[in-house]
Design a protein around this ligand. Structure first.
Ligand code: GRF
Length: 202
């Protein structure tokens, strides 16, 4: 399966997916890294790894629809079958999301359904939760609300700051995302009637 990773920034999750996909038995190929920000750090990292890259600056388009038409054209051009959102900071229209239904996943830095949206670590600390983490989910039109494929939890410890908590979570993100992509691409997990169906024996 030819996979595109969509980014907007540093691309550390992207790097972990590229690294994992180097394994000979990995059931997917990272065929494209696409950024809506031409200056995204991740683009350089992807190039260094020998992956095709593409920058489509959303600011160059009058509306979301025309931006997404350009996205679609690039995805078609590279014959992409599956999308991983990895720190991609543009909200996608319902139309685009529906078209990629069951074929687009995202990683989010919280234990969903808690803390959808931004500033997840800050909000977790403010609430005094003792367990936090990250989630990989299928993308649905509602933000951060799609069926859950995999989660990893970390403890919140006394003295934690937003930075220390984020650092603990990102380690798990880098482990979880490749694992989840593997499960989807080898058929262990798939979207069925709006829920994630796991293969028997898993
Ligand atoms: C990660 O925390 C991810 O969960 C969130 O955005 C951040 C992206 O970081 N969606 P990176 O660009 O992968 O380093």
């Amino acid at each position: 399966r030819r996979v595109a990773i969509l980014i907007s920034g540093r691309g550390s999750n992207m790097a972990s997916l590229i690294e994992a996909a180097r394994a000979v038995d990995f059931p997917a190929e990272i065929a494209l890294v696409l950024s809506n920000r031409p200056d995204a750090e991740g683009l350089e990292r992807a190039k260094e790894a020998g992956i095709a890259t593409c920058a489509i600056d959303h600011k160059a388009f009058p509306d979301r629809e025309s931006f997404e038409r350009a996205l679609d054209a690039a995805l078609r051009e590279h014959d992409i079958a599956f999308i991983c959102l990895a720190g991609f900071m543009r909200v996608l229209t319902e139309r685009f999301v529906e078209r990629w239904s069951g074929r687009m996943v995202n990683i989010h830095p919280s234990l969903l359904p808690l803390y959808r949206g931004t500033q997840t670590h800050r909000r977790a600390l403010a609430d005094g939760v003792l367990v936090h983490g990250c989630t990989v989910h299928f993308v649905v039109p509602e933000l951060d609300a799609g069926p859950i494929i995999a989660q990893a939890a970390v403890p919140v410890v006394p003295g934690d700051t937003e930075e220390s908590l984020a650092a603990r979570v990102i380690v798990q993100e880098h482990r979880l995302y490749p694992q989840a992509l593997r499960m989807i691409c080898d058929g262990t997990a798939r979207l069925e009637d709006g829920r994630v169906a796991f293969a028997r024996g898993w």
